[in-house]
Design a protein around this ligand. Structure first.
Ligand SMILES: C[S@@+](CC[C@H](N)C(=O)[O-])C[C@H]1O[C@@H](n2cnc3c(N)ncnc32)[C@H](O)[C@@H]1O
Length: 441
């Protein structure tokens, strides 16, 4: 496919996403099935055009003089080429020349917008490329900086790896992955970062020997920091109660040096499923997976024997995922206020349940990949009000789990009395909130 034909395909795919309100990944998959002649380079270029346009949906529509919600897919692509890829009007016109498979030539109005329009007078939610209804919640967290925080969330995310210290050190991993131009992370001593290729594609890491042998795992540096700040004690008893596919479980196990006992639970058996294979690959021996049994009120309490016994309980809570918009650019436009209210309710219930496992003097770590106060600081305030035996460990102390780098992290992150907020703009990571509480003895 020519670059111009890829643009036409991207306009078609975005049209379907907007008209049918379907996830971008599904529509791209359907397009691939219907266009078997397209090679892997075409598919990668197409998906990066589509995702880049969705990242900048509000600003691209504004630049082209259209209203969000009624915008055309063509405007999103043209606006994105200007704003996201820095292309001048002439270069865009050269692609849109009306020839076979190419988009129609630019109208005079389009050319004028691409040449003269700016975002200077745009409202914050347009400059920050997020849904208008989230303007007030984001203002409550970031104030005047909410547009800049939003803009950083509209960028592409790098691919971060965590070196599994049970299999080797960062030097060994860096050596084995030298051909991928890996660089050390800024905060975690075990992060390696891979910059994306120009088309936004990440190299196929899962075929690398270092990955297959469990020396590295894919995990955003923000997520890695969260587990480090939770500081699982070596030889201790730890419960990871929202373990999902085990991203943080594997890290906690390595931080515990394969000693003590780590219990991994998730109430969704399907999400938990990959954990078994990942534990094997990582060479971990101190994890006991507790799978849920039964449904609804008949569900067995498979964690009952752990009550009041844990040195640390990690609640990596289900959340709106607003901190991961770089990786899920279409999810941000599909998010609805009802979903926020639902997550807040779930989080409170999980925290209340998690509290019973913490032993006197033990700690409760609460983590979300959300930026919103409702899910973060407000959740912690409400929890400590309901459970006076728990108090927050000051975040300035929590960061010391990272040693000297923790002091720099405290400068970069948004420090609130209840916890620490990492964001792409501040820490170059996905957005993560981490609060650590201790149960009075
Ligand atoms: C943010 S994800 C966990 C990600 C995982 N810890 C990781 O690092 O890869 C949140 C998880 O909470 C689980 N969850 C939701 N409600 C739960 C509950 N009441 N008890 C336990 N897990 C729950 C979800 O199934 C989901 O896997």
């Amino acid at each position: 496919m020519t670059p111009a034909a890829r643009l036409s395909a991207a306009i078609e795919v975005i049209g379907t996403i907007l008209a049918e309100r379907r996830p971008a990944a599904d529509v791209l998959k359907d397009w691939g099935r219907a266009h078997r002649f397209a090679g892997s380079g075409d598919r990668a270029a197409l998906s990066s055009l589509v995702y880049d346009a969705l990242r900048r949906r509000a600003s691209a529509a504004f630049l082209m003089g259209e209203t969000l919600g009624e915008e055309t897919p063509r405007a999103l692509i043209l606006g994105m080429l200007r704003l996201g890829r820095g292309m001048e009007a002439d270069a865009i016109a050269a692609l849109c020349d009306g020839s076979r498979f190419a988009p129609a030539p630019l109208t005079e109005a389009e050319r004028a917008r691409l040449t003269d329009a700016t975002l200077d007078d745009a409202p914050a939610h347009v400059r920050g490329d997020y849904p208008e209804w989230l303007d007030a919640p984001l203002e409550a967290v970031f104030g005047e900086a909410r547009d800049a925080e939003g803009a950083a969330l509209a960028d592409r995310a790098p691919l971060d790896l965590r070196v599994n210290s049970l299999k080797g050190g960062i030097d060994k991993a860096q050596q084995q992955l030298e051909h991928l131009s890996v660089t050390p992370g800024a905060w975690s001593p075990l992060t390696l970062r891979i910059a994306l290729e120009a088309d936004g594609k990440a190299p196929p890491l899962t075929v690398e020997p270092a990955y297959l042998k469990g020396l590295v795992e894919i995990q955003d540096e923000g997520s890695q920091i969260a587990a480090i700040l939770a500081a699982p004690p070596r030889g201790g008893q730890v419960l990871d109660i929202c373990a999902g596919g085990g991203g943080k479980t594997l890290e906690l196990a390595a931080l515990m040096d394969n000693a003590g006992q780590l219990y991994a639970y998730d109430d969704d058996l399907r999400r938990l499923a990959p954990i078994h294979e990942r534990i094997q690959r990582a060479g971990i021996h101190n994890v006991q997976v507790r799978s849920p049994k039964g449904r609804g009120p008949a569900r067995a309490d498979v964690l009952a024997d752990l009550e009041s016994r844990m040195d640390l309980v990690l609640v990596d809570a289900p959340c709106t995922g607003t901190g991961t918009w770089r990786r899920n650019p279409d999810a941000k436009w599909r998010m609805r206020p009802g979903a926020l209210a639902e997550r807040v309710k779930e989080q409170a219930e999980i925290l209340d349940d998690a509290a019973r496992f913490v032993k006197p003097g033990g700690r409760l770590a609460y983590v979300t990949c959300s930026l919103l106060d409702e899910e973060n600081v407000a959740q912690i305030r409400a929890f400590t009000a309901r459970h006076p035996a728990f108090r927050v460990i000051p975040p300035a102390e929590t960061v010391l789990a990272l040693g000297e780098r923790g002091l720099a992290l405290a400068e970069a992150a948004l420090m609130r009395p209840e916890g620490i907020l990492l964001t792409p703009r501040r820490t170059g990571t996905d957005g993560f909130f981490v609060a650590i509480m201790v149960r009075d003895a």
